[in-house]
Ligand binder design. Structure first.
Ligand code: VG1
Ligand code: CO
Length: 544
């Protein structure tokens, strides 16, 4: 095997964010840019000689080019075997499933998730560890540190490999095994949910659903699982053909970017159930006929009903939610007498809790829900969980949600995103908030009195690692909250996220529109942080 050693110069901007390294494609196309980062990953992993890695991505532009390069570099660096999804495809949860099932050393997942794709749009790469989950901060910090000093990388000069047929091939001393990207994942889903009951629901001639794959990775997964195995009519799927540029869309399953689906579900004679997933298949949006389930409510509802689903029949041991996610799940945990953990934003913070058997379900307000079946959030898993519940409870989505509020109270919740604002203004806004920490408590704004304000910090209960500055919280005496964070996944300017939450126990007052119910808090957020002033915007880009 003739390995080539190539001299390179370090780039200074390869610091992974909330979920891997995300940059515009032209940034990745700079000389040796991708190679530097891949070598930095490989250099940071101890004892990888002869190890098995999993490799695949969401199919976006540059996916296949990057996969060919990574294969040749893996071979040159002494990796023993790479399991790669056919045509270079693997959804993020499927990659997690495959790493776990085949006890791989880890995996490289190529995705910029919900960010748009194409020659001038975004690309991304992240490393997942042997538990199938995103690398924890100590690993991503080591990769970044290595990227700052790297001066050569190793690659095997070889022709590109054909990746469209299943089976084993040799690349230098390494075996490349092309695997079915859907099969292992579909089998896992069948082990968790009552497919028989869901098949009956989907085939009863009454129930109608729509799943929007947004021209991204979940198309083939939905085709196999929802249509082939569960018998949903073929026209239940929308935009199921994966495209390199996701059809020019923004593959983020929310009320703004999944508007095609939203219009269908909010029309007259709407279907009973609607769902969408994102670029890499780890997010989910759940809709009923004329009804939107907030991701925070979805987590709470799944937790409260978990024992109705075979995979969770014996109950759940705990719940974890990211800090900005609403406290609806906390109320369920309290009722079930199980713990509810509050972690920083990003799925990597759930890994230790899941591995230690402290939690079964996890969720984020950003359309992410999942469980201990893998170590990533999982879009289709959430869709199947809901379908299983609908099949068992024989009620509509809206009825299930309203009953939940009656029992636990309703946490009105909304997130306002200001995307692509000038970085300087965004930083100033955060500084302005920090400067008020000492004086805010005790101040009154209309009916609301501030109880505390701080920067969220987290100490991992398992490995005791500490993560600071994970979002600014302003808590009010009635339990309402406003949270401010800057996004760690954007690639242009800064994105400000404002999270708003208010609890309503009175069942007579639970039917308001979220924006109406939160109007006072929305105004207070601007009063305290100077959102308009610092961002130059008078309204958010996205409201969910
Ligand atoms: C966003 C979400 C966060 C999520 C992350 C990755 O991060 O807020 O909850 O874990 O995206 O999701 P940020 O830093 O932009 O707020 V995905 O679907 O990109 O893998
Ligand atoms: Co995603």
């Amino acid at each position: 095997m003739q390995v080539t050693d190539i001299r390179t110069t370090a780039y200074k901007d390869q610091k992974p964010g909330t979920s891997g390294l995300r940059k515009k494609v032209p940034v990745f196309q700079q000389t040796h840019y991708l190679e530097n980062f891949v070598q930095s990953i490989l250099d940071s992993l101890p004892d990888i000689q002869g190890a098995t890695l999993v490799l695949g991505g969401d199919g976006r532009y540059y996916n296949l080019t990057a996969i060919q390069t990574i294969l040749k570099m893996a071979a040159a660096n002494g990796i023993g075997r790479v399991l790669v999804g056919r045509a270079g495809l693997l959804s993020t949860p499927a990659a997690s499933c495959v790493i776990r099932k085949y006890q791989a050393y880890g995996g490289i997942v190529l995705s910029a998730s919900h960010n748009p794709a194409g020659p001038t749009e975004d690309f991304g790469i992240k490393y997942n560890i042997g538990n199938g989950g995103p690398a924890p901060e100590k690993v991503t910090e080591a990769i970044y540190a290595r990227s700052l000093s790297i001066d050569h990388y190793r690659i095997l000069p070889a022709d590109d490999l054909p990746l469209d047929e299943l089976g084993k091939q040799q690349l230098g001393d390494m075996i490349v095994e092309v695997i079915d990207p859907v099969a292992d994942y579909a089998e896992l889903m069948e082990s968790l949910f009552d497919f028989e009951a869901i098949r009956t629901l989907l085939g009863n001639g009454q129930f109608r659903m729509r799943f929007d794959a947004m021209h991204a990775i979940t198309g083939p997964y939905a085709q196999e699982i929802l249509v082939k195995r569960l018998g949903a009519p073929a026209d239940s799927l929308m935009n199921a053909q994966p495209l390199e540029d996701f059809g020019g869309g923004h593959p983020d399953p929310n009320l703004t970017y999944a508007h095609e689906l939203v219009e269908i579900l909010f029309a007259q004679n709407a279907p009973d159930f609607g769902a969408a997933s994102d670029g890499d298949g780890d997010r989910n949006m759940i809709l009923g006929g004329n009804f939107f389930v907030t991701p925070s409510d979805s987590l709470a509802i799944l937790a409260a009903n978990a024992t109705q689903v075979p995979g969770y029949r014996n109950g759940i041991v705990g719940i974890a939610r990211s800090m900005p996610t609403s406290q609806a799940a906390d109320r369920v945990a309290e009722a079930l007498n199980i713990p509810c953990y509050e972690t920083p934003t990003g799925w990597k913070f759930f890994g230790n809790l899941l591995d230690a058997g402290k939690v079964t379900l996890c969720g984020e307000e950003s359309f992410g829900t999942g469980s201990d079946h893998v170590r990533e959030k999982d879009g289709l898993w959430a869709v199947l969980f809901w379908l299983n519940l609908l099949a068992v409870r024989k009620q509509s989505v809206a009825e299930i949600a309203r009953e939940h509020w009656q029992r636990f109270g309703r946490n009105y919740y909304s997130r306002h995103d200001y995307e692509g604002v000038p970085t300087e203004g965004a930083n100033k806004l955060i500084d302005t908030l920090r400067a008020q920490f000492a004086t805010l408590a005790g101040q009154t704004y209309g009916a609301y009195t501030v109880a505390f304000s701080d920067d969220f910090a987290y100490t991992d209960p398992i490995d005791h690692s500490v993560s600071t500055q994970q979002g600014i919280r302003i808590g009010f005496t009635d339990g309402s909250r406003i949270v401010f964070r800057l996004s760690g996944t954007g690639t242009e300017g800064a994105t400000l996220r404002v999270y708003l939450e208010r609890y309503e126990a009175d069942t007579a007052k639970q039917g308001l529109d979220g924006q109406v119910a939160l109007a006072d808090l929305i105004k207070i957020a601007d009063d305290i942080a100077g959102i308009r002033k610092h961002t130059g915007r008078n309204k958010p880009t996205v409201i969910t």
